[in-house]
Design a protein around this ligand. Structure first.
Ligand code: NAD
Ligand code: MG
Length: 373
């Protein structure tokens, strides 16, 4: 079977750090041959989690070995708790125990948690080794595996310690999504829909028609959705690698979403993508309430996300509504706050998002109060 190739074009320094994103079916069994051209040595270290290992580790090991790599691996627990100082230490020591060198290729096999942890480990081990991403969740295939943000969580919050370290290659095997729980598929779909809402109204229109097929993993709509999403992400990353400008548009729905995640507790009632879905609905409702965006567009956002099966209102916790003021407070503590001002991604309509730091907290509170009631 054939696959599609997308180039993430990065410049700005002497070494060429540009890389390819390969998307298509059946790629898991070709990792070895695909990785060879980017590998500086013949040692590979696979990092994966306990859910992904029984499904795909053996096949990746086999493929790498067949291509001539000397292969090591480490399996860590699944879940956010692995994006921690403790697990990072375990990974780095396991790599040193395996006598990894600067030419060792770290292979991240799993979802965004493994990708973020592996990328961070790769960026600091021996002052930096190369890594490749083999994303196995929809979210990681359309979002986290592309762009080079790595990191771990601390007791102060998610993703507060990390680096920018670009992978050498991304291999997204769409077949791996067949084993993913449907709820995780939907969570990833929220990030797919986000690209339409940011700046691609025709893609959004297409999703309104074909979104249900995408979340049912129908091969060609799925391939198109992943390809379009990666193209969008690659374009934004190439324009603004370290998020000093337009890359912040990718946070559409995330300021509200992070507040919902924080209030629910990580590992709580909402997956990240679910929180983003609710957050995008709120961002459009806010934009409509501020008179910036047609109410009809906000309605379409809510209707479509709800149709595919995503939540569009904050969940109740133990039967109780979330507290709007507490949510507002979490937003003020977001990592993207600059000089005490929250940067919002607002919209003039579907596919017309923009950044604003001039949002009245009273307007935000009204949206939150409506949503939780
Ligand atoms: P995840 O890595 O936890 O994967 C979700 C679950 O699915 C896990 O239990 C995992 O073990 C399991 N799984 C993975 N692949 C599977 C498969 N093919 N079949 C069956 N089960 C499978 O979660 P995620 O949603 O992929 O990633 C979330 C993380 O990504 C968060 O930590 C978030 O902060 C991070 N993230 C990073 C970026 C970035 O730019 N670096 C962007 C977005 C999100
Ligand atoms: Mg996200």
């Amino acid at each position: 079977m054939t696959y599609q190739t997308l180039r993430v074009a990065l410049d700005g320094d002497s070494a060429d750090r540009s890389y390819d994103i390969l998307t298509g079916p059946g790629l898991i069994d070709r990792v070895g041959e695909l990785a060879l051209p980017v590998a500086r040595g013949r040692t590979a270290f696979i990092l994966t989690d306990e859910n992904v290992a029984p499904l795909y580790l053996g096949r990746v090991q086999f493929s790498l070995t067949a291509a001539g790599f000397n292969v090591h691996h480490l399996i860590v627990a699944a879940g956010e708790q692995s994006k921690s100082f403790g697990t990072l230490e375990t990974v780095l020591n396991a790599m040193l125990d395996a006598r990894c060198e600067r030419t060792t290729l770290l292979v991240a096999l799993g979802g965004g948690i493994i990708g973020d942890l592996a990328g961070f480990a790769a960026s600091v081990l021996l002052r930096g080794v190369d890594f490749i991403q083999i994303p196995t969740t929809l979210l990681s295939q359309v979002d986290s595996s592309v762009g080079g943000k790595t990191g771990i969580n601390t007791r102060h919050g998610k993703n507060l310690v990390g680096t920018f370290h670009q992978p050498r290659l991304v291999i997204a095997d769409t077949d791996t999504l067949s084993t993913l729980p449907q709820r995780e598929v939907l969570a990833g779909y929220a990030e797919v829909a986000k690209y339409g809402l940011i700046d691609d109204a025709p893609f959004w229109d297409w999703l309104e028609l074909h979104g249900p097929e995408v979340v049912a993993l129908s091969p060609s709509p799925l391939a198109l959705a992943i390809h379009t999403s990666c193209t969008a992400k690659a374009r934004v990353v190439a324009a603004d690698e370290t998020e000093t400008g337009v890359r912040a548009l990718l946070n559409l729905g995330h300021t509200f979403g992070h507040a919902l995640e924080a209030e629910g507790g990580y590992g709580g009632p909402l997956l990240h993508g679910e929180a983003v879905a609710v957050g995008m609905v709120m961002a459009f409702d806010l934009s409509a309430a501020m008179g910036l965006c047609p109410a009809e567009d906000a309605r379409r956002v809510r209707a479509h996300l709800s149709t595919v099966g995503l939540p569009v209102v904050p969940p109740k916790i133990n039967g109780a509504a979330m507290d709007a003021k507490a949510l507002l407070h979490h937003m003020a503590g977001d990592k993207k706050v600059k000089d005490g001002k929250v940067t919002f991604v607002l919209a003039r309509g579907i596919g017309q998002s923009f950044l604003s730091r001039e949002v009245d907290p009273a307007d935000v509170l009204r949206i939150l109060e409506q949503a939780v009631s």
